[in-house]
Design a protein around this ligand. Structure first.
Ligand SMILES: Nc1ncnc2c1ncn2[C@@H]1O[C@H](COP(=O)(O)OP(=O)(O)OP(=O)(O)O)[C@@H](O)[C@H]1O
Ligand SMILES: [Mg+2]
Length: 112
């Protein structure tokens, strides 16, 4: 199993959710977060000095999927989240050791 963690532009959430639903992805966790990439947030000029307003609002999506589906999910997610501008976001991929459905003790991919 793989965990796919995507940090995206908040206004892209509905489009990304629809795209993932379209390929039959079931569970996900969504949080509102703040962050910056390599531009370190917006640059603002004040009295001739450049100040950095860091930590812009972003949306984090976490999904655990069977390892065999990870590439497809990543491609669909990235395509739906992409505008082509800076700040589109980033995807991190992790190995997942185990998953357990609390209700009935299903384990592994059965629990997804
Ligand atoms: N190395 C990182 N570690 C953790 N989170 C990151 C990292 N890089 C980016 N993020 C998260 O992703 C969000 C979007 O990053 P962003 O798309 O601006 O990355 P970037 O590397 O600056 O690429 P771009 O040049 O396209 O803007 C950030 O606000 C932050 O929440
Ligand atoms: Mg950036």
């Amino acid at each position: 199993m793989k965990k796919i963690e995507a940090i995206i532009q908040p206004f892209k959430l509905d489009q990304v959710k629809d795209a993932l639903k379209g390929i039959g992805v079931s569970g996900m966790t969504v949080s509102e977060v703040r962050g910056h990439g390599r531009q370190k947030g917006h640059k603002e000029i004040y009295r001739g000095q450049e100040y950095t307003v860091d930590l812009l609002p972003k949306t984090k999506i976490e999904l655990v999927v069977p390892a065999g589906r990870a590439d497809e999910v990543i491609q669909v997610l990235a395509a739906a989240a992409r505008t082509g501008s800076i700040g589109d976001g980033k995807i991190f991929v992790y190995d997942v050791a185990e998953a357990i459905r609390i209700r009935n003790d299903d384990r592994g991919e059965l629990a997804l």
